[in-house]
Design a protein around this ligand. Sequence first.
Ligand SMILES: C[S@@+](CC[C@H](N)C(=O)[O-])C[C@H]1O[C@@H](n2cnc3c(N)ncnc32)[C@H](O)[C@@H]1O
Length: 197
Amino acid sequence: MKRQDYYYRLAKKEHYKSRAAYKLMHIDDRFYIFKKGKSVLDLGASPGGWSQVAKERTYGGAVFSVDIKPVHIEGITYIKGNVFDDEIINKIKEKMVEKNTDGFDVILSDMSPKISGVKEVDHQQSLDLGRRALEISKQLLKVGGSLIIKLFYGQDIFNIKKEVEAFFDFCKFYTPPSSRKGSREVYMVCKRFKKTI
Ligand SMILES: C[S@@+](CC[C@H](N)C(=O)[O-])C[C@H]1O[C@@H](n2cnc3c(N)ncnc32)[C@H](O)[C@@H]1O
């Protein structure tokens, strides 16, 4: 059973869907990702803590939340699906047309593989998810936009950084104080997306 720590209890008290909500708040406090009215795509959004924070910190901006598992939050657009599914980008685009959204200012990926406990396996699977978040961003992130990707630390962490930072003016690793002690997760925070062609 997961340790019920300070952020777990705080999330219950403040009605966030997950303790992960505080990680995104800490990232935003440090890097100023959100602004009023910005549009956000949240990949791997369930149960929805990050989507709640995105909604609050954009003061009602459009938030699209993608996950295999459900997300129940009022006012967001939920898209059920696996990011590796060939049709997922079209599914998101269809919803964008419905909601008059022409691209995203911010793309978030807090996606995690099913943890195997084998560090190298978990690391490589997190890189696959990170690379997929980058592919999706190349199609849906607006020029000047921001991308945040969760990764599990391992030998290829600087290789993926190189791949991703080629498309941004700014890219940094950050571990928020709300990440669990001993966790191998690290967030890559990238800003000012450049044109890809
Ligand atoms: C750590 S949780 C996200 C927590 C979320 N940020 C929050 O604040 O509530 C990781 C999520 O990634 C999702 N996920 C993992 N692989 C995925 C995939 N291939 N496609 C879509 N979602 C995926 C899982 O279903 C899980 O809900």
